[in-house]
Design a protein around this ligand. Structure first.
Ligand code: MSP
Length: 586
């Protein structure tokens, strides 16, 4: 066995050095870290050869955010969906990693720095920190915060470029077309229209998709032979209908690849764009910001320190790239094609979400209609905003943001359903949740009134409903299913009227009602953890659910006979409740 491992180790070293020769190009910093990489590769391969199980963690990503401006609620939404997907996996007991970060190169950032008369790096340092602060404030449970100005990322991009060049899919040509700085992309002629500025009355050319201004540009640059991947891309979508979720977006992608695919300009002349990663062997060209940015997802997963077959040890391929609908094309066409060119594994799914609108227009810095998420969280509370964005937002549709909607959602979905139910079940002296759990838990009865039977069924069905929606990557439907149970449990309590049970001979009947209400709350509390982590913790504390009994396997009837005595003092009155009145309502 020892000699086998020795052979493998020797073979791996040979493969690594042979690969370097074959690729013919290794960047300076990659050469420096080669020894480190070889050590990592060899150790991983040896562990695999010995049969050590190396589980791939579930890997979720957010887009990396442009640092030309401060974050708004739309950015928070991408982060939040990714956070919930990660927390859901953790709840189910699977190791999961979430990566987020900032996209710092490109024209957009260069121009923003020029406008403020500061160095681009200084602008990036300040604004990147604001995105990190937002992630912390919103309770985003991220594991990596990558910046595209990080040295490791630069190494990865340079290495990737070298391999791409080696692959033969890059060529130099003169490019002419409509470039949009705001969207950092060229648009084909068919995607351009004339617009008139409502402010100045002047006309300008703009993207049909985003309405943002485009400019005609003619320049010498490198192109990626994207058209060579047309058939493979179409096959990818046909074989993996879940590669883009939802289906409507997949249809758009298929349509684009079928009808609009063109080779991709992947560098800009340095005379136009200085702020970026220079093309390794051509300092007069700078790598296109989207190529640079997309590579972040593999930088985080350790690229290029991967021996073939071991990509998964640090998460790659990603299980889900969460993106807004405006950037689906980059993730589901350009990104897989670039990976295909290098024979690297492809991400499993690109989950696209709808946009947040203000006054019927996409919330965006350029329109000037953005909501500052820091203020929103300070005003309404972190879980109120998390709840609102997921419940009222949508994967498939755009959604309207307004303070009025936040108040309505809070009152209806949180105060009147869960908060009310918790008060109703834990506050009366007439019964005790603990006594009900002791008497009923673990002793299912065949003789239950119809009312209790339906309540029981509803709790039993909840987990599979939520699981189905989360598997389909639709946290909104999952949250709605959970809240529906809280609503229905209030109705159950009103109909079952435990407060009317006065006779001691009916204690078991009383405890059945109390037990089946508190079970609903306990299961709801467990399942709500990925969505509103602070409030669900408080809910489970009030119910006295032990912290080691809050995982997925406990989210079913009769799974916990230990709870019922609150860990925290129960304070009566509105202010003491789980969802107290909101501070100020518009
Ligand atoms: N830097 C690129 C992403 C590169 S990923 C390799 C980018 N950045 S962004 O800051 O403009 O957008 C980041 C995310 O915020 C995207 O998912 C985008 O869809 C999302 N949102 C920006 N405005 C939005 C709304 N109004 N509503 C919902 N999300 C939107 O694109």
């Amino acid at each position: 066995m020892r000699s086998n491992l020795g052979n493998l180790s020797r073979r791996l070293s040979t493969v690594t050095s042979r690969q370097t020769v074959r690729n013919g190009w290794t960047c300076q910093s990659c050469r420096v870290s080669q020894a480190r990489r070889k050590l990592f590769s060899t150790t991983t391969a040896l562990r695999e050869a010995k049969g050590d199980a190396i589980d791939k963690p579930y890997y979720v990503t957010t887009p990396i955010f442009y640092v030309n401006a401060s974050p708004h609620v739309g950015h928070l939404y991408s982060m939040l969906i990714a956070d919930i997907l990660k927390r859901w996996q953790v709840l189910k007991g699977r190791p999961a990693i979430l990566s987020t970060g900032t996209d710092e190169h490109g024209m957009k950032v260069q121009q923003a720095a020029q406008a403020q008369d500061i160095q681009p790096k200084a602008l990036c340092d300040t604004n990147s920190e604001t995105f990190r602060d937002l992630a912390k404030k919103a309770n985003i449970d991220y594991d990596f915060f990558i910046r595209t100005t990080d040295a490791e990322h630069k190494e990865a991009v340079e290495y990737f470029w070298g391999r791409l060049k080696e692959s033969g899919y890059i060529y130099e040509t003169t490019h002419e077309g409509w470039y949009c700085v705001s969207d950092e992309t060229y648009y084909p002629e068919t995607m351009i229209k004339k617009r008139v500025s409502p402010l100045t009355g002047k006309s300008f050319m703009a993207s049909v998709e985003t309405g943002n201004k485009v400019e005609w540009q003619s320049e010498q640059n490198y192109h990626f032979r994207l058209t060579a991947f047309k058939d493979r891309l179409l096959k990818l979508y046909a074989d993996n209908p879940e590669f883009v979720v939802p289906k409507t977006r997949l249809a758009e992608v298929v349509n684009w690849v079928t009808n609009n695919l063109e080779d991709l300009s992947i560098s800009r002349p340095r005379s136009r764009l200085e702020w970026g990663i220079p093309v390794p062997d051509d300092p007069e060209q700078v790598i296109y910001v989207w190529v640079d940015a997309l590579i972040n997802y593999i930088t985080v997963a350790g690229y290029p320190m991967w021996p073939p077959g071991s990509e998964h040890t640090k998460g790659w391929p990603a299980d889900v790239h969460v993106v807004g609908k405006d950037i689906v094309r980059f993730h589901s066409i350009y990104w897989p094609a670039l990976l295909m060119a290098l024979d690297l594994p492809l991400p499993k799914t690109v989950l696209s979400h709808g946009h947040w609108l203000m006054s019927k227009k996409k919330m965006s810095k350029s329109v000037g209609n953005v909501v500052n998420p820091f203020f929103a969280i300070d005003r309404w509370g972190v879980d109120t905003i998390r709840y609102f964005l997921i419940y009222h937002g949508s994967i498939t549709e755009d959604s309207d943001y307004s303070n009025e909607f936040i108040v309505i959602n809070y009152k209806k979905g949180l105060q009147h359903s869960i908060g009310n139910l918790l008060n109703r079940i834990t506050q009366p002296k007439q019964w005790s949740v603990r006594d009900a759990v002791v008497e009923i838990c673990g002793k299912p009865s065949d003789e239950l009134p119809d009312l209790v039977i339906s309540q029981k069924q509803m709790i039993e069905e909840l987990v599979s409903k939520v699981e189905k929606h989360m598997d389909a990557l639709n946290p909104t439907l999952a949250l709605k299913a959970i809240i529906d149970v809280a609503f229905a449990s209030n109705v159950f309590m009103s109909n079952a009227k435990p407060w009317d049970v006065k006779n001691e001979s009916e204690t078991t009947a009383l405890n059945q009602i109390v037990f089946h209400t508190s079970e609903a709350l306990r299961v709801v509390g467990i399942l709500l953890q990925p969505f509103i982590p602070e409030k669900s913790k408080r809910l489970l504390d009030v119910l006295g659910v032990s912290p080691d009994r809050r995982t997925f396997e406990f989210a079913k009837l009769h799974a916990d006979n230990d709870y019922g005595t609150s860990f925290v003092p129960i304070v009566k009155g509105a202010q003491g409740s789980l969802f107290p009145p909101l501070p100020v309502e518009d």
